[in-house]
Every structure is written in structure tokens, then in C-alpha cells.
Design a protein around this ligand. Structure first.
Ligand SMILES: Cc1cc2nc3c(=O)[nH]c(=O)nc-3n(C[C@H](O)[C@H](O)[C@H](O)COP(=O)(O)OP(=O)(O)OC[C@H]3O[C@@H](n4cnc5c(N)ncnc54)[C@H](O)[C@@H]3O)c2cc1C
Length: 415
């Protein structure tokens, strides 16, 4: 696989782009691997990449029932930030954010990381106090954030209406090096880099069963036959409960559809990401000019990947008060993704009751931002067999021990 470079671009321009090779290989599924990862979303692909790159484990298959990046990774609103409240969360999200800073170079693939800054609006006194608390916590954790006055918010976001009738803007929590990245490119970049290191990415192949012997995982059944493996990683977001049932254990996870929409493309009007957690909506502008607007999760468990009208209405109605220009825009499209919610709104990373079987799930509505950190950490955990320092607090056993990592407030709308 050829490296991308300015020289390669110039060479291909001269020969009508006829020499580019395929971005990743599409190999046949082998009968056995050292490691099988189920799910080719960002987290599964990043795990495979760091297994190969950091730990030299390359006899790895990533098995995906659809197309890579077609789950939540390709459906999210791409917000990247690390301004969480609890130390454990700040550590893993900041690891991920800092890896995002150099990811395009590391993967030799432009993931379009755009650290344009993220503001979380405080629109009630309660929220303002909460964000002051997070800003202080972040200062201790080494995560760079600061509080903004309403005037400073207006300076950064000229289209904002500060004096809303119900929810005036009282301030904001600002993370200057937060922002966005192109979601598909993150999946494609990890896939290409992992494939280059020898990882087999097998698309259009569903894992239908997990085989075990004496409490140890031995392989998986797929729609293309059985595959043996020494270690198994379950990284399937909204389908984690389904895979856990195949492995014989239960997860404290609920799956619901989370929705988003984009407007028609307009000229640049907002160059930061704004989250309005009280009214439950957030927006940024894509490179194409669309306003990317995130909404809420369904109030009931389901496996739907479609949008619904009442969410669009609720989200837009809530945001119009703070961003009146939205009322003049047409909606281009809407969609949903199946997110995996834990009770404390923190992920589960680590070992499972089945020996050799590891899990990474529970990122819920906010796991795009954590892809590099979580892949890094799960790879270290799978390579050594024991949770690394980042993963250790997020073990499944915390639910039995009552040792929650409560991010339900800091997460807010949680993206
Ligand atoms: C509308 C929306 C907005 C969001 N906004 C943000 C945001 O702004 N910022 C943020 O940080 N996060 C956001 N998120 C959350 C984020 O998208 C997810 O947490 C993250 O993408 C999860 O990645 P993943 O790799 O774990 O899962 P996925 O990308 O869903 O990948 C899991 C893969 O597993 C595959 N799979 C499932 N079952 C099987 C099987 N039996 N066999 C083989 N393959 C299987 C699926 O097909 C899927 O491709 C948002 C999510 C949604 C839906």
C-alpha cells in the first residue's frame, strides 16, 4: 500500500490518478486468528490498529456485519472534547483528544481534525455552577478549559441570542482544543493503517455465535463459517447486549436510538461547536456548509437507525430560541444510530466473565471523541490480558461493586 504524500499527489495528478491502490485489502476470512474483533466501527478498528502497531499482534480479524464505519461511527455529530468531571473520564478522553491532534500524521490519512473550540452553554444558574465545578476539576486534571462570560460567548458566536425568553445565556464552558473530525475519515484511516499492518478486515459478515470450552473463548460462528481465536474483542456499541448474550453473560446496557439532522448548506456562520444542554440541542457547521444539529435519544429501548419527526420538532424548537436563524433554514436529512447507554453514562472496557473475551461498550451518546484513547487502551488490555491504567476504572465489575463513575451531569446531552 503506497503512502500518501505531496509527491504522490503530484505524481498521480500527472498520470490522471490511475496509480492509486485500494485503500484497504478485502481478504478471505481465515479459519483461525490470534485475535478476533467483532465490529468495524471506530473503536474496533482503532483496537486492531493499536494491537498491531503498539503490541506487534497482527494475526487479527475485524469482523463487521455491514460496512466498516456504517454504525454510530458514521452517524455521529463528530464533537471531540475532554472536559469531563471525573478524573477517570478526563484521563481517557484527554488521551483520546491528544491522540486526535496527531492522528492524520500517524495514520497517513487526513481525518480532518478541526480543533475549532467547543462551548457548553450555561443557561440556568444550576448549570453555571455545574460548569464552574467542571472547570475547576479540569484545572486539577490538566485538561485546559475556561469559563466564558455571556459577552465572550457572543464574541465567539455572533449568531447567538443571549437574552432568550426562557433560557438566557449566563456563560459557557470553553475548551479551545476541542472540536470535530470527519467521522468517516477516522474509520477509513484506521482501517487503512490496520490493513497495512496485516489486519484482515472482513465486511458483510455477521457474528452469529460465540464458541467456548471450559469457560474460555475458542472462536466465533459467522455467516461465513466458524473462526477460531485465542482472544475475542466485542466492540459493537448498540448490539453489545446481543453479543454478550451469545457469550453467556448480561450487561447493564440499554440500547436506544439517538438522532441528528443537518440543514441545507449555507455560507459560513459559526466556526465553533456550541452545545446547549439545558434545551437539549447542539450545533456546528460542516465544511460543506450544513448546520449539523444533534438531538435527543428515544425515551424507550429500540434498535432503530431512523429519525422521527417529533425529535426534529423538539430539537429545533428548543434551539430556535438561542439561534433564531435556524427558523429560516430547510432540513436536508435526519438519521438515527443505536447507542449503548450505561446507568452512570460511562463506558465499560475490560475483561468479561468469559476468559479471553474482552468488551468495549457503553460509550452511549459520546464515544466518537474517545475512539483513539479507547482503542489504545483496549489493545493494551487485550495484549497483556489485564486492564491497563486507563481501562482499569471502567471494568464491568464496578456495577456489582456500586463504584460508579457518574458522568450523567458532565455529559449533559453527552456528545
Ligand atoms: C446521532 C448521533 C450523534 C452522536 N454524536 C456524537 C458526538 O458528537 N461526539 C461523540 O463523541 N460521540 C457521538 N455519538 C456517539 C458515537 O457515535 C458512538 O459512541 C461511537 O461511534 C461508537 O463507536 P463504535 O465503534 O463503538 O460503534 P459503531 O460505530 O456503531 O460500530 C459497531 C459496529 O458493530 C457492528 N456489529 C454489530 N453487531 C455485529 C455482529 N453480530 N457481527 C458483526 N458486526 C456487528 C455494527 O454493524 C457496527 O458497524 C453520537 C451517536 C449518534 C447516533
Amino acid at each position: 500500500m503506497k503512502r500518501y504524500s505531496a509527491f504522490a499527489l503530484a505524481r498521480e495528478a500527472l498520470r490522471y490518478h490511475s496509480g492509486w491502490s485500494r485503500v484497504w485489502r478485502s481478504p478471505e476470512l481465515k479459519k483461525s486468528y490470534d485475535v478476533v474483533i467483532v465490529g468495524a466501527g471506530g473503536h474496533g478498528l482503532a483496537t486492531a490498529y493499536y494491537l498491531a502497531k503498539n503490541h506487534g499482534i497482527t494475526n487479527v480479524a475485524v469482523i463487521e456485519k455491514g460496512w466498516l464505519g456504517g454504525g454510530n461511527t458514521g452517524r455521529n455529530t463528530t464533537i471531540i472534547r475532554s472536559n469531563y468531571l471525573q478524573n477517570e473520564s478526563a484521563a481517557i478522553y484527554e488521551k483520546a483528544r491528544s491522540l486526535y491532534e496527531g492522528l492524520s500524521v500517524d495514520l497517513n490519512y487526513n481525518i480532518m481534525f478541526s480543533p475549532r473550540g467547543v462551548i457548553m452553554l450555561a443557561q440556568t444558574e444550576h448549570e453555571l455552577r455545574g460548569y464552574h465545578r467542571i472547570a475547576h476539576a479540569n484545572a486539577v486534571q490538566g485538561v485546559s478549559t475556561e469559563m466564558l462570560t455571556p459577552e465572550q460567548v457572543k464574541e465567539k458566536v455572533p449568531i447567538i441570542e443571549l437574552s432568550g425568553p426562557r433560557y438566557p445565556v449566563l456563560g459557557g464552558l470553553w475548551q479551545a482544543r476541542g472540536g470535530t473530525a470527519r467521522h468517516d475519515a477516522v474509520a477509513w484511516g484506521y482501517a487503512r493503517a490496520a490493513s497495512r499492518l496485516g489486519v484482515d478486515i472482513i465486511q458483510q459478515t455477521e457474528v452469529t455465535g460465540i464458541t467456548q470450552s471450559g469457560g474460555q473463548v475458542t472462536g466465533v460462528q459467522t455467516t461465513r463459517g466458524e473462526v477460531a481465536c485465542k482472544k475475542l474483542g466485542i466492540v459493537v456499541a448498540g448490539h453489545s447486549g446481543v453479543l454478550a448474550e451469545m457469550a453467556g453473560f448480561r450487561l447493564p446496557i440499554e440500547s436506544v436510538s439517538l438522532q441528528a439532522l443537518v440543514s441545507e448548506p449555507i455560507k459560513p456562520c459559526i466556526d465553533v461547536v456550541v452545545m446547549a444542554n439545558t434545551v437539549h440541542g447542539y450545533l456546528s457547521q460542516s465544511d460543506k456548509g450544513e448546520l449539523v444539529i444533534g438531538g435527543g435519544a428515544d425515551g424507550y429501548n429500540n434498535y432503530s437507525q431512523r429519525g422521527s419527526f417529533h425529535h426534529v420538532e423538539e430539537t429545533v424548537r428548543a434551539l430556535i430560541e438561542t439561534f433564531p436563524i435556524i427558523s429560516r433554514l430547510k432540513q436536508l436529512r435526519q438519521w438515527g444510530g443505536i447507542v449503548d447507554m450505561t446507568g452512570d453514562r460511562s463506558p465499560i472496557i475490560g475483561k468479561t466473565p468469559l476468559d479471553g473475551c474482552f468488551i468495549n461498550c457503553g460509550w452511549g451518546t459520546g464515544g466518537f471523541k474517545s475512539i483513539p484513547g479507547s482503542g489504545w487502551s483496549l489493545a493494551a488490555t487485550m495484549a497483556s490480558g489485564e486492564p491497563d491504567a486507563l481501562a482499569a476504572p471502567f471494568g464491568l465489575e464496578r456495577f456489582a461493586e456500586g463504584r460508579f463513575i457518574d458522568e450523567s451531569v458532565a455529559a449533559g446531552v453527552a456528545h
